[in-house]
Write a protein that binds this ligand. Structure first.
Ligand code: NAP
Length: 480
C-alpha cells in the first residue's frame, strides 16, 4: 500500500494558537509512522515550553468572553464541528487507519463515528446540566473551570480528543490540546475544522510535542486550571504530581485490565466470541478491552475451544483491505512489549491455547502480533494483572460465583467489565458487585452518552454525555 501512504501523507509545520497557524519555537519535528508499511506517513511540529506559554496565554485571554458566550452559541459551534467531521469522515478515517493501523471500516465506525457523535451530542446533553439551582437560601451556579489542558493518547486518538475538547468547549472552558506524538495527524485535521467552524481566537489551541516537554509544561503551568489526561497509569501519576503543585483539578482516564465474568448459565456460543472480540478490538489496544475471561472451571474445555475458533477468524493484514480483522500494533516498541508479555505468560506456566510470541507467517512487514489466547491463568500471574495492550486474552477459571467476583475485583484497575448470564437480573446483581466504571450485561452495546471512567487506578472523573460536561464545571453558591 505504498501508494496509499504517499497519497495520505500529511506534513504540518505550524501549531494552532490564538486562532492562527503559527510557526513553532523550534524546527524539530515528529515523524509519524504507518505501522503496516513501516513508512513515514506524516510529520508534525515538536513544540516546546515557549509554544505552551503562547497557547496558555491565548486560552487565558479568550476565557472571559468565551465563558460569557450564551450556551446556545457555544453548542451551535460544537454541532458545526460535528457536521464538519461527518462531511470529512472518509478522509479522516483513512488518515487514522494509516497512522494507527486499525482496519479502515472500524476507523470509519469508531475512530470517526464516535467523535462525530460526541461533538453533536453536546447540543442534547449540555442543556440538561443544572446550570443554576436553589438550595435553601442559596443560588447554586455551575461555571466553567477555566483553561483546560487536554493530554491524549494514540489508541482512539480523535475519540479521546473529542471526549475532552467538546464538553470543555460546551462548558465554556478554553482548551490547549497536546495530542499523542504517535498518532497526531487527526488532531491537526480537527484543528482545521474547528478553525473552519468559526470559534473565536484562543478558545481552542493545539500544541503537538513530546510528553516530557509539552505535557509536563501544561500540567505544571500556573494558568492552567484543569488537566484532563487520558493515557497510562504511570504517566497519569506523574501528571497528577505536577498538577498538585498548583492544586489544579485533574481528570484521569487511565489503564485497565477488565474482567468478563461468564456465569455457568450463560450462552457460551455467544459469550465467548463476543468476549474475544472485546479483547482483540483495535489489536487489543483498547483501555476498556475485556482482557480477562473469568469462566466456570467445569466449562473450561468448551470455552477454550470456542475462544480458539473465534481467534482463528482474525485475519491479519493490510488495514485498508476490507478482509482484514486485525491490524498491526501501533509501533515496533508496542510489539516488543506485547511479545514479552506472551513469553512471560508461557514462562509463568499459563496454557497457550493459540497464538504465541513468534511473528505471524503473514504479513512479513508491519508490527503484527499473533492473536493469542491463554487458559488456566492464575489470577495473580503477570498476564492476569498487568495491562498488555495487545491481542492477548487470559482465561481464568473459578469454582464459585463469590470467587469470580473476587477475581474480577483483584487488580489495581477498574475501568470496564462484562457479565454474562441466562438470567439478566442475576447478571445485574453480579455487575453491582464489580468495582469498575462500566459493565456490559450480556454484551450490551457501548453507549456514547453514558459516563465513562475508572475506579481505583483506572483514574478519576467521567467523560461523555452530561456527566462529561459536568467534569469541566465549578460550583458557586450565592447566599441570599
Ligand atoms: P501514555 O504514554 O501515558 O501517553 C499519553 C499522553 O501523555 C501522550 O500524549 C504522551 O505524549 C503524554 N505524556 C507522556 N509522558 C508525559 C509526561 N511526563 N507528562 C505529561 N504528558 C506525558 O499513553 P499512550 O501509550 O499514549 O496510551 C496508552 C495508554 O492509555 C494505555 O495505558 C491505555 O489504557 C490508556 N488509555 C486509557 C483510556 C481511558 O479512557 N481510561 C483510553 C485510552 C487509553 P507522547 O507519548 O506524545 O510523548
Amino acid at each position: 500500500m505504498a501508494t496509499t501512504t504517499a497519497q495520505l501523507k500529511r506534513t504540518y509545520n505550524q501549531l494552532f494558537i490564538g486562532g492562527s497557524w503559527v510557526t513553532p519555537s523550534s524546527d524539530r519535528q515528529i515523524q509519524v509512522i504507518n505501522p503496516y508499511t513501516e513508512e513515514v506517513v506524516g510529520t508534525v511540529p515538536s513544540g516546546g515550553g515557549e509554544d505552551v506559554e503562547r497557547a496558555v496565554a491565548a486560552a487565558k485571554a479568550a476565557f472571559p468572553s468565551w465563558s460569557a458566550t450564551p450556551l446556545e452559541e457555544r453548542l451551535a459551534l460544537c454541532s458545526k464541528v460535528g457536521e464538519l467531521l461527518a462531511a470529512n469522515s472518509g478522509e479522516i478515517a483513512a488518515v487514522i487507519c494509516a497512522e494507527l493501523g486499525m482496519p479502515l471500516r472500524l476507523c470509519e465506525l469508531i475512530q470517526v463515528g464516535l467523535p462525530t457523535t460526541t461533538f453533536r451530542s453536546m447540543a442534547e446533553v449540555a442543556p440538561k446540566v443544572e446550570w443554576e439551582e436553589r438550595v435553601g437560601n442559596s443560588i447554586v451556579l455551575r461555571e466553567p473551570v477555566g483553561v483546560v489542558a487536554a493530554i491524549t493518547p494514540w489508541n482512539y486518538p480523535l475519540h479521546q480528543i473529542a471526549a475532552k475538547v467538546a464538553p470543555a468547549l460546551a462548558a465554556g472552558c478554553t482548551v490547549v490540546l497536546k495530542p499523542s506524538g504517535v498518532a497526531p495527524l487527526n488532531a491537526f485535521i480537527l484543528a482545521e475544522l474547528i478553525e473552519q467552524a468559526g470559534f473565536p481566537p484562543g478558545v481552542f489551541n493545539l500544541v503537538s510535542g513530546g510528553g516530557r516537554e509539552v505535557g509536563e509544561a501544561l500540567a505544571s503551568h500556573p494558568d492552567v486550571d484543569m488537566v484532563s489526561f487520558t493515557g497510562s497509569t504511570a504517566v497519569g501519576r506523574r501528571v497528577t504530581e505536577l498538577a498538585a503543585k498548583t492544586i489544579k483539578r485533574v481528570a484521569m482516564e487511565l489503564g485497565g485490565k477488565s474482567a468478563n465474568v461468564i456465569l455457568e448459565d450463560a450462552d457460551l456460543a455467544k459469550a465467548v466470541p463476543d468476549g474475544v472480540a472485546k479483547c482483540f478490538l483495535n489489536s487489543g489496544q483498547t483501555c476498556s478491552a475485556l482482557t480477562r475471561m473469568v469462566v466456570p472451571r467445569r466449562l473450561l474445555g468448551e470455552v477454550e475451544e470456542l475462544a480458539a475458533q473465534a481467534a482463528a477468524t482474525y485475519r491479519l493484514g493490510d488495514p485498508f483491505d476490507p478482509e482484514t480483522r486485525l491490524g498491526p500494533l501501533v509501533s515496533a516498541d508496542q510489539r516488543q512489549i506485547v511479545r514479552s508479555y506472551i513469553e512471560k505468560g508461557v514462562a509463568e506456566g499459563a496454557k497457550l491455547v493459540c497464538g504465541g510470541p513468534e511473528p505471524p507467517q503473514q504479513p512479513t512487514h508491519g508490527y503484527f502480533v499473533q492473536p493469542t489466547v491463554f487458559s488456566e491463568v492464575e489470577p495473580g500471574q503477570t498476564i492476569a494483572q498487568e495491562e498488555i495492550f495487545g491481542p492477548v486474552l487470559s482465561i481464568i477459571p473459578y469454582d464459585t460465583e463469590e470467587e469470580a467476583v473476587e477475581i474480577a475485583n483483584g487488580t489495581i484497575y477498574g475501568l470496564a467489565g462484562g457479565v454474562w448470564s441466562g438470567d439478566r437480573e442475576r447478571a445485574i446483581a453480579v455487575a453491582k458487585r464489580l468495582r469498575t466504571g462500566q459493565v456490559e450485561i450480556n454484551g450490551g452495546a457501548f453507549n456514547p452518552l453514558a459516563p465513562f471512567g475508572g475506579y481505583k487506578q483506572s483514574g478519576n472523573g467521567r467523560e461523555l454525555g452530561r456527566h462529561g460536561v459536568e467534569e469541566f464545571l465549578e460550583l458557586k453558591a450565592l447566599q441570599l
